[in-house]
Structure formats: C-alpha cells, structure tokens
Design a protein around this ligand. Structure first.
Ligand SMILES: *Cc1c(COP(=O)(O)O)cnc(C)c1O
Length: 370
C-alpha cells in the first residue's frame, strides 16, 4: 500500500482544520537551541516544589496495587471533597485534571451549532473544545486592562448559548472576575445556559475574594465551578481535577465520564493533599509572595502589569513578543509566548525568578506604566 501520510483515514472536518498539537519548549530544548546551560522552564504554571511528603508516601504505598482498576466513582475522594468543601455529596464530581473535566463539559452540553461564549484571550482549550464539538465560539475581546468585558459577555448570551467559559483568575492574564460580575453573568445566562467558573488558580487569589462554591452555587444552579490539584497542590503529572455544581448538572455530566478517568495514584495523592491542605495553602502563599516580588521587580523596570492573582505574571508585549521571548530563552529562561500579544511567565523558585528578573533588566518595557 503506498499512500501519503495525509491520506490515511478520514478525520472529521473539525479535526482536519485544527492545527497539530505543538508542545511548548522545554528547558533541555532551549539549552540545545541556544547553547546555554541550566535553563529554567517557567512556561507551564507548574508548582516549582516537589510534592509534599505525605503525597509521596501515599503514592509510594499504593503503587503495588496498580494491577487493579481504580474506583471508577472515586467514592472515597468524592466524599473527602464533600467534607472539605462542606457541600452536598451529589454536587461533587472528579476528572482527569480539570482539563479532562472541561472536555467532558463540552461533551455533555455542546451540539453542532451551539454557541460557547468566552473572553479572549483566555485558556486555549476553550476554542479547541468548541471546535471539536462543532460548536460556534463567540470570543469577547478583553478590556484594555486585560480584564473580561463583562457587559459584552452578557450581551453575547442568547438562546443558542450553551456554555459561558470564565477563567478566574484568567489564564494568561491573571486577572479575576468579581463575585458581583459572576452573579450578573449567571443571572443573565439563566437556567438554560451553564456558566463554567474555571478556578484552576483559586489557591493564589487574594484573601477576601468570594468563594463561588460557598457563596454563589446555591443561588445559581446553572453555575459549575471547576478546580484542579495540578497547580497549588503540585499534582500536574498525576492528573486530578474536580467540579462542584447542582446535583442535576453533576448527574448529566457524570453520564459522559470516561471509565476510570481518575487513576488510582491520583486518587490517593488527592486524598493526601486534602488531608494536609494547610501545608498546601502555606506553599501557595509562598508562591504569591514571590509573585509580589517579581511584580515589584518588573514595575521598577517600568512595566505596566495586569492585576494578577495567580502563580504567573503576564507581560503585554504586542509586536515585540517574539523578540522578548527569544531574548529570555537565550538567557536560559523558557516562557510561554502568545504570538503578537504577550508572554506568560510562571512564578518559579526564588532562584528561577531571580534569573528571569535579571534577564528582564536589559529589556525595554513593551507597555509602560503611566
Ligand atoms: C492549568 C489550567 C487548568 C487545568 O489544568 P489540569 O492540569 O488539567 O487540571 C484549567 N484551567 C485553566 C485556566 C488552567 O490554566
């Protein structure tokens, strides 16, 4: 059989028109490309520290059992989350990272032609999952200060809107949506539209920011809050996310679950993380302190910054994005560029952050604080 690679199989047209997945550069590749040593990766919003000891111990003592399937319903984990958050057991579900949960939300709600509203720029899986479902993406440009344009989001919602995707803090800009604005959007959306509040960076927000699980879900049965143990809890490599919503939303969602979506080691790791949540939160506070230090450093170099509340900073670089990314890579600092827009830089260890700040000292700010 002779054939061209592009002719094998007949992918769905929505798949054909998606670009092939391009993984971000890792530190090793940057070292090879630029002849530098000890490159650091500040590109994926990972926790710079290894997992806490109780997580490592729990995973190690469970490895011997991985010949068995995990508990498909993750009963112990769901009840642990239920207890931790103080919500009804029927309001909690778990998934393969919160990206796994987001994909399953699309599987649950979006038919071809349905509309999905989100601010842009935001998390890159929103347009990809919309396209894969055959849905229509309605992108609402961010305000000049890189926050969501809430009135425009509300104005875009109509009878065809199945989902509104809201990342708060937003990735990559780090800005949050106020509780009042979340409530306005959920109110405007009404019961026929699900409002997804993607709180992957919840643990890094300022004290006093309203917790939608505690304060909004009971008023808005169309709201679904998704969270992850990948960032603050340091479990990016194991994959565990959870969602909280009205029981009937969770029941619809669970029908679409991939069997055994949360693997056995992720389940025990998550149980250990929640059992030691004070240790996790203390580390998250340390990352926030580092973020403040990095923000101060960038401001003293003259940069304008959005009102970040996550474990990263965002540089509004516009046309100079490629040039500044390359300059940082040559200095051994691998970041996440958004071509023609800006650069997201994860808060790493203090030494890594110092590397980043030192490299920035020779860069003329692309957007200056006025
Ligand atoms: C990192 C991130 C996630 C989730 O990551 P998982 O590792 O799949 O849990 C979800 N939403 C946003 C906005 C993120 O940045």
């Amino acid at each position: 059989m002779t054939t061209h690679e592009s002719e094998i199989g007949r992918p769905r047209s929505v798949v054909r028109s998606l670009p092939a997945y391009k993984p971000g550069k890792d530190a090793k590749q940057a070292e090879i490309d630029h002849g530098v040593t000890n490159a650091v990766k500040l590109a994926s919003n990972e926790n710079p520290e290894p997992p806490i000891d109780p997580i490592v111990d729990a995973v190690q003592s469970s490895i011997a059992g991985i010949n068995r399937y995990a508990d498909h319903r993750a009963v112990a984990l769901r009840s642990k989350i239920t207890e931790w958050l103080g919500v009804d057991a029927a309001m909690v579900t778990v998934g393969n990272g919160s990206v796994g949960i987001l994909q399953q939300i699309f599987l649950t709600y979006v038919d071809p032609g349905d509309e999905v509203v989100f601010g842009w720029r935001s998390f890159e899986v929103y347009p990809i999952f919309t396209q894969l479902s055959g849905g229509a993406a309605v992108r609402i440009p961010l305000n000049d200060d890189l926050t969501y344009d809430v009135d425009a989001i509300i104005a875009a919602i109509n009878e065809r809107t199945k989902l509104v995707m809201l990342a708060t803090p937003n990735n990559p800009t780090g800005t949050i949506i106020s509780a009042n604005d979340l409530a306005r959007i959920a109110e405007a959306a009404g019961p026929r539209t699900i409002v997804v509040v993607d709180e992957a960076y919840r643990e890094f927000v300022d004290d006093g920011v309203v917790d939608p699980v505690r304060d909004l879900l009971s008023t808005y049965p169309n709201m679904m809050v998704t969270r992850t143990l990948s960032k603050a809890h340091g479990l990016a490599g194991l994959r565990m996310g959870y969602a909280v919503a009205h029981p009937s939303v969770i029941s619809d969602f669970d029908k679409c679950t991939l069997p055994f979506a949360v693997n056995a080691l992720a389940q025990v790791a998550a149980l250990a993380a929640i059992d030691h949540i004070d240790m996790i939160n203390a580390r998250a506070r340390g990352i926030v302190e580092e973020r403040h230090r990095v923000e101060d450093g960038l401001r003293s170099l003259g940069w304008w910054l959005p009102a970040h509340q996550a474990n990263f900073v965002y540089l509004d670089c516009g046309e100079r994005t490629g040039e500044i990314t390359l300059m940082l890579e040559r200095a051994g600092v691998v970041v996440r560029p958004f071509e023609g827009e800006g650069i997201r830089v994860t808060i790493g260890s203090s030494a890594e952050n110092d590397r980043f700040l030192a490299a920035m000292a020779s860069v003329e700010p692309a957007r200056k604080a006025s």
